[in-house]
Design a protein around this ligand. Structure first.
Ligand SMILES: [Zn+2]
Length: 391
């Protein structure tokens, strides 16, 4: 998503669409044929080690059109996508089985693959889909390629647009973000807000999935049809867990970036790579896996929202942010549950407050700003869930 040249960003506009009744079956059929064609293309390209457009075209174009009945422009999109899948699979040293697409989705080139006509989207072959709703903020920017997806009984068109990258303002201060497995702490020397992570809620769904799998792994339940139903439910629970984290990451980052923009502050976050890596090395436990996923998604969304809103963002070294004194740099000692005290200057605070102050200081150093010795933190502990839950 964070692509585009120096001066531009590629944003995705989500459009809810619905095929006209007379085209619904045809559109679904096309998506299914496309999925089968894509899987066929990936296998063929890998078997022939053919990764160039010319080779792919020669190997596949005719089949995709004649055997799979894809319109010409969609056939081209299909083998292009197959090249990308084959390439990343071949590049992966730990590759397993050849990947198989299950979802119903396809790329559509603008103009030839799809067109916007008033309240309608017209696909190649004249299939019409009614546009139900979309984010109109980017209406003035030209459409580029789009992806049509059918999921849970609904059609969505994701349209890519190129928009100018907003200029970043000169920050008046720093809003630091500290993450730990229970919460996100956002603040600086004068404010502080805490947001709980939804890991426990997501974990419930992961456990449901787990329990189902265990229960039905015995041979008594091997009937094929039965297993298929169970597998679907297991997938549903897993997806639900992922969605909870994704939703939270998006909303939390939006809150952080808006807060920064309001105060014309830069956002500073720790480099989470090390943290995510170390979590990954732990024994495969659901909780750690979900925490790692949450961190990664939060990092991703914060960076993206900052770009989109022209908010300066700094990534700081996380080493020692919760063990050194933000005022004098001495090593802190623990004086209670998650409470730390500086033996040199006497500063005493909650571990997460300390981390936020250190992140703020590191970002100020990176900005080359002069750092006045921070005043004792004025902690405004609000209801932790104020921003944690969607409104
Ligand atoms: Zn100190």
């Amino acid at each position: 998503m964070l692509t585009g040249g120096e001066g531009a960003l590629t944003v995705t506009v989500r459009m809810k669409v619905s095929p006209e009744p007379e085209y619904e079956k045809a559109v679904l059929d096309l998506l299914r044929r496309h999925r089968d064609a894509l899987n066929y293309s990936v296998r063929t390209l890998i078997a022939n080690r053919a990764l160039s457009l010319t080779k792919a075209h020669k190997l596949l174009y005719k089949d995709l059109k004649e055997r799979y009945g894809l319109p010409a422009i969609i056939a081209v999109g299909c083998y292009r996508e197959a090249i990308a899948i084959a390439r990343s699979w071949l590049k992966n040293p730990k590759r397993g089985a050849v990947p198989t697409a299950k979802a119903l989705s396809m790329w559509l080139a603008y103009e030839l693959g799809y067109r916007v006509k008033g309240d309608y989207i017209e696909l190649a072959r004249g299939y019409r889909l009614r546009v139900i709703g979309w984010d109109r903020r980017y209406d003035n920017y030209p459409n580029r390629e789009a992806r049509l997806v059918f999921r849970d009984g609904e059609f969505t068109l994701y349209v890519l647009k190129r928009v100018p990258r907003p200029a970043k303002y000169a920050p008046k201060g720093v809003l630091a973000v500290d993450v730990n497995e229970r919460q996100i702490v956002v603040g600086n020397s004068s404010v502080e807000q805490r947001v709980e992570t939804p890991v426990e809620r997501a974990l419930r769904y992961r456990r449901l999935a787990e329990r189902l799998e265990e229960k039905y792994s015995s041979s008594r339940y091997m009937a094929w049809r039965r297993r298929r139903g169970i597998r679907r439910r297991v997938r549903h629970f897993r997806r639900k867990a992922r969605n909870i984290l994704e939703d939270w990451a998006r909303k939390t980052s939006h809150m952080i970036i808006s807060l920064a923009k309001q105060g014309q502050l830069a956002v500073a976050r720790e480099d989470l790579t090390g943290l995510v890596e170390s979590l990954r090395k732990l024994p495969k436990e659901h909780r750690t896996a979900l925490i790692a996923l949450g961190y990664r998604r939060l990092g991703y969304w914060m960076d993206w929202q900052a770009e989109k809103n022209g908010v300066p963002l700094f990534v700081v070294d996380p080493a020692g942010t919760s063990t050194t004194c933000p005022r004098c740099g001495a090593e802190l000692v623990e004086v209670g549950y998650r409470r730390l005290r500086c033996p040199r200057c006497g500063l005493e605070a909650d571990r997460d407050t300390i981390a936020v102050l250190n992140i703020e200081r590191r970002a100020l150093n990176q900005m080359g700003g002069t750092l006045a010795s921070p005043t004792a933190p004025q902690v405004t502990d609000v209801s932790p869930n104020r921003w944690g839950e969607p409104p």
